[in-house]
Design a protein around this ligand. Structure first.
Ligand code: GDP
Length: 290
């Protein structure tokens, strides 16, 4: 699903989430564990306000486990609780009710003190397109339901999905827009498939990916494509093109005349990255600024 985000759509998306916030106790902010910063909406703090929030690092099965731990530490340092999950296979998903309960401990205790029986915690999933919102909702629902969200122009009666006795989830997630004004975030989003490649040039995205991989995951890259003499960093675009060319040659991505087909090679590299065939990789590290 690709959405063309225009200012009107952003305003509407923001308003729709603000409406839903009135119905819920806790926000599950879904991020891509491979690019936790780049997959964050730039206005998420403002939009969610003071509502308790749990940051879910989804697609953790594809991310570097050490980096996921670093990111959790980073978010904790910013006062945000995190939990790593794999919505596809379900890892970590069954802990969600308990994690939400931990966040709302004081509120629940107040209800108990007043002699009230705590009602199920009501949650809303929010995140940018392709981060795994529908997958998580389906996983919690235990069946495939048509998740539409509030795409501009699409409306649907919203319902609660019961998960165990303690958690209820709104079946229409809040869809947020990704970062637009940071070109590096754009490359990261394209590399993971969060935004369509036609927004950026495929071979440029591949060169960006190669730079990160050479610097952080060189041996995985070497092993996958049988590369020799791989440098420890790629100082410029030409150096990245040289590596792309070596991969193309190794994989037989050749056009007539014997030249490497860069586009085909780039597609192959990105497919391998996204499917995890290159190994578990994270494309950005947290910067502890304070
Ligand atoms: P949405 O646009 O946020 O609703 O995203 P989707 O739920 O449609 O997921 C986008 C893609 O990511 C789909 O191909 C999912 O199968 C995949 N996906 C979602 N969660 C995970 C996960 O935890 N691990 C992996 N490997 N893939 C996932």
């Amino acid at each position: 699903m690709t959405i063309q985000w225009f200012p009107g759509h952003m305003t509407r998306a923001k308003r729709q989430i603000e409406e839903k916030l009135k119905l819920i106790d806790v926000v599950f902010e879904l991020l891509d564990a491979r690019i936790p910063q780049s997959s964050r909406n730039p206005m998420v703090d403002e939009i969610t306000g003071t509502k308790p929030r749990l940051v879910l690092l989804n697609k953790a099965d594809l991310a570097d486990a050490e980096q996921t731990a670093e990111w959790s530490r980073y978010f904790r340092s910013k006062g945000l609780a995190t939990h790593a999950i794999d919505a596809n296979a379900g890892a970590g998903v069954k802990d969600l009710a308990n994690k939400a309960k931990e966040l709302l401990q004081e509120k629940i205790q107040r209800q108990i003190n007043k002699g009230m029986k705590p009602r199920p915690i009501r949650a809303l999933i929010i995140g940018i397109p392709n981060v795994g919102k529908s997958t998580l909702i389906n996983r919690l629902a235990g069946r495939n339901i048509a998740v539409t969200g509030d795409r501009p122009g699409v409306t649907k009666g919203q319902q609660w999905i019961r998960f165990g006795g303690e958690l209820e989830l709104l079946d229409t997630p809040g869809i947020l827009w990704p970062k637009f004004d940071d070109p590096v975030a754009g490359f990261r989003l394209a590399a993971t498939g969060a935004i369509k490649e036609d927004v950026l040039h495929l071979d440029e995205v591949a060169c960006f990916v190669l730079k990160v991989l050479v610097e952080s995951y060189g041996s995985a890259l070497k092993d996958r494509y049988g590369l020799e003499g791989l440098p420890s960093e790629l100082p410029d675009m030409q150096a990245a093109i040289d590596v792309l060319e070596s991969i193309g040659k190794r994989r037989g991505c050749i056009v007539s005349g014997g030249h490497v087909d860069y586009e085909k090679t780039a597609t192959l590299l990105l497919r391998d990255l996204r499917s995890g065939k290159l190994g578990r990789m994270t494309l950005e590290s947290p910067e502890f600024t304070d």
